[in-house]
Design a binder for this molecule. Sequence first.
Ligand SMILES: [Zn+2]
Ligand SMILES: [Zn+2]
Length: 342
Amino acid sequence: MRDMMWAAQLVTIGAGMEMRRVPVPRPGPGELLLKLESSGICHTDLHVRDGAQFPDGAPRPLTLGHEGIGVVVEQGEGARTPPGTRLGAPYLHDTCGDCRACLTGRESYCATHLAHGYNVQGTFAEYVIVKERYAVALPSSLDSLVSAPHMCAGVTAYGGVEKAGLAPGKNAVVIGCGGLGQYGIQLAKLTGANVIAIDTSSEKLEEARRLGADQCLLADKSAADSVVAMGGADAVINFAPSNRIWDMVPGMLNNFSTFVSVAMVAQPVPLVLEWLTFKDVTITGSSVGTRQQMRDFLRLADIHKIAVDIEAVPLAKANDAMNRLARGQVKGRFVVDFSRAP
Ligand SMILES: [Zn+2]
Ligand SMILES: [Zn+2]
């Protein structure tokens, strides 16, 4: 076992990530050490990297990343997964197991949860520590690069689609056709719904069509009318990180429909309560997913070959990739490929 490894770490807020040589961590009780093969790069990494301060309780320097796939190389006391087993390191590192969220099947909302790349060290490193009970078992057919974004983006989209209450013949509007939305389109199609994809980029809409979207619309003033002409939206799932999407949403929602907020949008939107009273619309949100949702999603991903566009980069280019992500210059998801020289 090596003593030192490469990690892309946030040392100073606002200064981007630095490539650093750091000690390989050792697993404690119930933990496993994974040697990473891949790690997706998520918008949340960007939020943390470019945020105003380190997350509460975060180690400093902080290794970002929470979409890892790796192989067990060392077991902590009491851990039973054999070395050589390939596992996923998802966003959730651990939860309390005892709070209202944990006890009602909503563990991803646990107020004291620990998350990779947020308040415990993440997957932009050659090795990462996972809790055995939160590590994700992977179907053997899943490729490590392709399935890295499944660990957050995939299960997040799954949670959002599940909340939308879709069924065959319903009109599902997916707003935002980047990585998350690409998962959303494929999952919404599997419910039998008619899927209408909306994005500001005609290139992303082309990809949406390739992934099965039935109709594709540019996000402009006429989008709401176009959706109404198609029968209106029975559900709108938002994967676009912008409050401007709300300009078109109320105008397309049917009575008794559902709006699901998945992308993290900090800016407010106007809401007319009278409209809500008369429309009986359900407005809800969805944040990552539980371990059971992860299992359900991975089974679907395996059977239906769910995948999004990926662009592989070496670890040393993760910071540059994040800069491109900030500018919207990615078709799907960036994935760090650890088989390349760091
Ligand atoms: Zn994420
Ligand atoms: Zn809890």
